[in-house]
Ligand binder design. Structure first.
Ligand code: ADP
Length: 328
């Protein structure tokens, strides 16, 4: 039988992403709306183990919907990977009277919650917060849209200087395992080529493409490289390689780095976070658990956490084709 839920904990864990604050706000206010107590857990699983809790009401989350980062802080916590650490976390949650929690994070954070639930039968819901968009069961993760806007804006600026000097820029973007940011920013910022982890077309293909671009009369070129691309060379090595094989190009490198995670969330991420927070809390109140809230065809959907963790996201073939055509 489902337990009656009277107090819900909420925390952010793993890599931060824009929209996490909007999701916290939504969870807190949905609890207030349903007259359920809500407790903020600081620094993810680390704060859970240490009992770093703070009761939150509707007014605790004023003016945060527009803020990047997370007011609850995020952390990586090795102690939670141990049985002893999880036991301490359980004792802290029980002492505080927390009946269930909402975890906002990536697949690592969901894995931790799932293991904890297997040991302690502890109801929880997941909200996917990561800029990488690499979680199965949702077309968009929180922060992806904002990160894309940040990347495209940065590349627009790089393009200005690139075309003033007829230069080629390699721009490294985040994406260790997936190329969603690179592909979407490639289309959105009009890149000449993208290098993504899912598809290694080899260095010859890159040289051919750059040659063609030069011959077709383009005055500047942008190549977007996802961190995890499989060409075997990092952006600086790619610069050297191209300068050696295509001396017609004056090559520069820009690594966008952590700025991609920051900044105010886009309206899309704020709305999505608000929707996901409501759904997460109300699903717990219906007695369901171990699910992740996702969005598909602009409708919220629920996916078992175990599937969300194991499943892979696919690169959209149609978008890859659009990119190929736009290079013409
Ligand atoms: P993300 O949620 O962004 O994928 P991480 O992979 O760093 O980030 O995971 C965040 C935290 O989740 C870890 O620091 C750890 O506390 C917890 N976690 C991840 N994997 C496990 C696991 N296998 N067992 C227990 N806890 C885990």
């Amino acid at each position: 039988m489902a337990i009656e839920i009277k107090k819900i904990g909420v925390f952010t864990s793993g890599g931060d992403s824009p929209g996490m604050n909007a999701a916290i706000r939504s969870v807190v206010r949905t609890c207030a709306y349903h007259h359920i107590d809500c407790v903020g857990i600081f620094r993810g699983y680390q704060g859970m183990i240490e009992g770093d809790f703070k009761p939150m009401d509707a007014r605790s989350v004023n003016n945060i919907i527009n803020k990047g980062g997370t007011i609850l802080k995020s952390a990586r916590c090795d102690d939670f990977r141990t049985k002893e650490g999880r036991k301490q976390a359980y004792e802290q949650l029980k002492a505080e009277g927390i009946d269930a929690f909402v975890v906002i994070g990536g697949d690592g954070s969901f894995t931790g919650a799932m293991i904890f639930d297997q040991e302690y039968d502890f109801p929880f819901m997941g909200i996917p917060g990561t800029i990488d968009n690499d979680i199965f069961g949702t077309t968009f993760t929180l922060g992806f849209d904002t990160a894309l806007n940040t990347v495209v804006e940065a590349i627009d600026k790089i393009r200005d200087t690139a075309s003033s000097h007829n230069r080629l820029f390699f721009v490294e973007v985040m994406g260790r395992d997936v190329g969603h940011i690179a592909l979407n920013a490639g289309v959105g910022a009009g890149a000449e080529e993208i290098l993504i982890p899912e598809e290694n077309r080899g260095l010859d293909h890159l040289l051919e493409s750059l040659k063609r671009s030069k011959l077709s009369g383009k005055s500047s070129s942008i190549v977007i490289v996802a961190e995890g691309d499989k060409s075997g060379k990092n952006v600086f090595e790619l610069k050297e390689y191209v300068e050696e094989h295509l001396p017609i190009y004056d090559v520069r490198v820009s690594v966008l780095g952590h700025m991609q995670r920051g900044g105010p969330p886009s309206c899309y991420d704020r709305v999505l976070a608000s929707r996901m927070g409501v759904k997460a809390v109300e699903t717990l109140l219906e007695g369901k658990k171990r699910l992740m809230v996702g969005v598909q065809d602009n409708k919220l959907i629920l996916t078992p956490i175990s599937k969300a963790i194991k499943g892979h996201t696919k690169m959209e073939k149609e978008l890859i084709r659009v990119f190929e055509i736009m290079k013409t």
